[in-house]
Design a protein around this ligand. Structure first.
Ligand code: PEP
Ligand code: CO
Length: 457
């Protein structure tokens, strides 16, 4: 059992669930009909919560343990979920790939791995421009299914407040299905029939990797025969939920007080994070997040200075509460070694308790001549390897990874064991926003991390 703290001693000075409204909120849509928007928000505020306060605080304890080097965090899922991909099959595939990766990491890092899905709420996207032009036509940009549709028509691109309620309903059905999966236990997803591993034969490390997968299968079987579904509880082998807290109307609608608990919780997800483009100290996203009790993530790009990062830490976690703050650096393989050390040193010297995760995806996105957005598997691996080394050199600890991935057999990132080439990408490119690692590339990444010399053990 994890001991959580239902009560807090310090209130958050000058904060209410409304104070963000007087700050600048970037990346929010404009709704053409204010009355319809207001009515949708009133309905959303009456809808049931999606997660419970106790689980949110349990995750905070697990993150605090990860800060102490006792756990590793695997955060992953789609760049953007979409309503039409919300199906039993798609959700099962996401849980399967995350749990299989977690078992691989656990087997070799010798510590429990906590899975944090980018799931059940990852529906809002920040975009570099507010509009998109094709030929003679300019329309509002696609901002994620919670705001508008991706098809390039007037009707679809209109910001539709009903989508706030549709997003809530899709989140609820995703969460309900994941909970049903865990009721029967995830062991089934770890049985040999659910692993596809023939691609390993293409790699020089084939013997080591096959052995690791076999060890994982044997130990999962062993745990299941000893402990049955208690093994899931014992290992916290569940999936917690996370998404970027971008669309503040939605986050606000699920921000509630809970009988028996002090303070305010965002009950749309266990772990909201602030994206790189909305992490200004005085912006609305930071103001909203500072007052909720959830554990928080913040993306940290290569342009962030040590002073700005310390100010942000102080704003979001003034009492240095364990488990509260996770910093997700996303520098790009090229910039990491140059930019990360100053941040690690400053945070370390300040005594701030944070968990560091590496997002090796968002600093390594490129657009090919044909216009397709992609990422190279080798560059993703390079950023991860460099991140482990740089943390080690600076006496800090990289406590997990933040990945865009799918258990589906898509062709969106280049390379990997099957060495996907630019011409392969059009075969099965389904992401509406950023390219994801597919099932095989995700397992390969987990195996390579598990076998890294400098991985934490
Ligand atoms: C994302 O995680 O999809 C994203 C937009 O990342 P970042 O905020 O790091 O750019
Ligand atoms: Co993305």
């Amino acid at each position: 059992m994890l001991t959580t703290h239902k009560h807090i001693h310090a209130t958050v000075t000058g904060w209410t669930p409304e104070t963000w409204r007087s700050c600048t909120a970037l990346h929010q849509p404009t709704y053409p009909c204010p009355t319809e928007h207001r009515q949708a928000l009133q309905t959303l505020a009456r809808r049931p919560a999606l997660v419970c306060a106790d689980k949110i605080l349990q995750l905070k304890v697990l993150i605090a343990q990860a800060q102490d080097g006792e756990r590793f965090i695997l955060q992953g899922g789609d760049c953007a979920e979409s309503f039409d991909q919300c199906s039993s099959k798609a959700v099962t595939q996401q849980i399967k790939v995350l749990q299989q990766m977690a078992q691989i990491l656990m087997q070799r890092l010798h510590m429990p791995v906590v899975c944090l899905g980018r799931l059940a709420g990852q529906y809002a996207k920040p975009r570099s421009s507010g509009s998109e032009t094709q030929g003679q036509k300019t329309l509002p940009v696609y901002r994620g299914d919670i705001v508008n549709g991706s098809a390039f028509t007037h009707e679809e691109r209109r910001a539709d407040p009903q989508r706030l309620l549709q997003a809530h309903a899709h989140c609820a059905s995703t969460l309900g299905f994941v909970r049903a999966l865990y009721e029967t236990g995830v062991d089934d997803l770890l049985k040999p029939a659910h692993w596809a591993t023939e691609w390993i034969n293409a790699l020089p490390e084939r013997e080591d990797f096959h052995r690791t997968v076999q060890d994982v299968q044997h130990s999962s079987h062993f745990m299941a025969s000893l402990a049955g579904s208690d093994a899931d509880k014992f290992l916290h082998r569940e999936t917690f939920f996370s998404h970027e807290a971008l669309l503040l109307d939605y986050e606000h609608g699920l921000t509630r007080q809970v009988p028996g608990f002090d303070g305010w919780f965002n009950l749309s997800t266990h772990f909201p994070w602030i994206g790189k483009r909305t992490a200004e100290l005085d912006g609305a996203h930071v103001e909203y997040c500072r007052g909720i009790r959830n554990p928080l993530g913040v993306k940290v790009g290569a342009e962030v200075t040590p002073e700005a990062l310390l100010a942000l830490i102080n704003r979001l976690n003034p009492h240095n509460e364990p488990g509260r703050l996770t910093l997700i650096h996303r520098m790009g393989a090229e910039h990491l070694r140059e930019k990360l050390p100053a941040l690690l040193n400053a945070v370390h010297r300040s005594g701030a308790k944070v968990l560091w995760l590496c997002d090796p995806m968002h600093g390594n996105t490129e657009t090919l001549a044909c216009g397709t957005k992609t990422r190279r598997f080798e560059q993703i691996m390079t950023e991860i390897e460099e991140a482990f080394s740089v943390h080690r050199e600076h006496g800090t600890r990289l406590g997990g990874l933040h990945l865009e991935l799918t258990g589906d057999d898509v062709t969106e990132c280049l390379g990997g064991a099957r060495n996907l080439q630019p011409d392969d990408l059009s075969r099965r490119y389904l992401s509406k926003v950023d390219p994801r690692l597919n099932y095989e590339q995700s397992l390969e990444l987990a195996l390579r991390v598990a076998h890294l010399e400098h991985a934490p053990r």
